[in-house]
Design a protein. Structure first.
Length: 259
């Protein structure tokens, strides 16, 4: 687009004339340039502040990870110390019944430690097979229950799937909570099932043989820590929690649908 500079006197500002007939003074361009430079300076300052906030956040996350690992390490050490003390007391007990109870308690604590290690053993892993992991987890639970309730059986059924760690690790914690609840409140065989779901993709179900959930008890609104953990983790993976109350012939079923 052609432009020309209009004649002007020494006392009048220079004006640039466009073909359209519109004109702008050099002073107006200078003012706009100053505004743009001021805006650029403000944007650079805002980016600098954002970068500082991101660095602070990353440092906080790293510190949290370090503290979490230190906490896990201390917990496992404490559990090992408890196991050692119970084992020593079991061997020193003169009453066979007391010795057996102390040995069973030692085995139970040791199993809790193994479960804890297994739940945290996937840090840094990108993908893994979920069914195999659940089988290992249920084996630890079976060992823990064997001393007190040898009739309880925990079985893993269904398909094998490979999932990213961002989905699989929360599912491991969800399964841990649901199996713990089934072992604590349910009866009979505990079944963990992995299957395809036409709508969501996959389904993880934990069920046990009777009895049904008591009347008036709604686990979906329960304020217990275990169910709160389950609901929070289900939401984190974008899943859906479905609960079947069960009846006289079938116990409750907790199903997590996920993609």
């Amino acid at each position: 687009m052609a432009i020309e500079q209009s004649p002007h006197s020494a006392d009048s500002p220079s004006t640039i004339i466009f073909e359209s007939g519109e004109g702008r003074t050099i002073a107006s361009y200078e003012r706009e340039l100053i505004r743009r430079r001021h805006t650029e300076a403000e944007l650079r300052a805002a980016l600098s502040r954002e970068d500082a906030l991101v660095r602070q956040k990353n440092e906080a996350i790293e510190l949290q990870e370090i503290l979490s690992k230190e906490s896990d390490h201390r917990l496992l050490n404490d559990l090992q110390m408890i196991v050692s003390l119970l084992s020593l007391q079991s061997r020193a007990a003169t009453n066979p019944e007391v010795a057996a109870q102390l040995a069973a308690a030692s085995d139970r604590v040791a199993t809790i430690g193994r479960i804890h290690r297994r739940l945290h053993s996937l840090d840094g892993v990108q993908t893994f097979t979920l069914k195999q992991y659940l089988e290992d987890l249920c084996h630890d639970f079976s060992m823990m229950l064997a001393a007190e309730r040898p009739e309880r059986v925990i079985a893993v059924e269904g398909i094998e799937i490979t999932l990213p760690a961002a989905t699989a690790i929360p599912l491991g914690f969800i399964a841990n909570e649901l199996i713990t609840n089934a072992a604590k409140y349910g009866q009979g065989r505990i079944t963990v099932t992995l299957d395809n779901d036409p709508a969501q993709g996959y389904a993880l179900t934990v069920a046990n043989d009777g009895p049904a959930l008591p009347e008036g008890f709604d686990p979906a609104t329960s304020k217990g820590l275990g169910m709160n953990i389950v609901r929070s983790l289900v939401a984190r993976i974008g899943g859906e929690l479905r609960i079947g109350r069960g009846d006289s012939s079938q116990g409750p079923r907790f199903t997590v649908l996920f993609a």
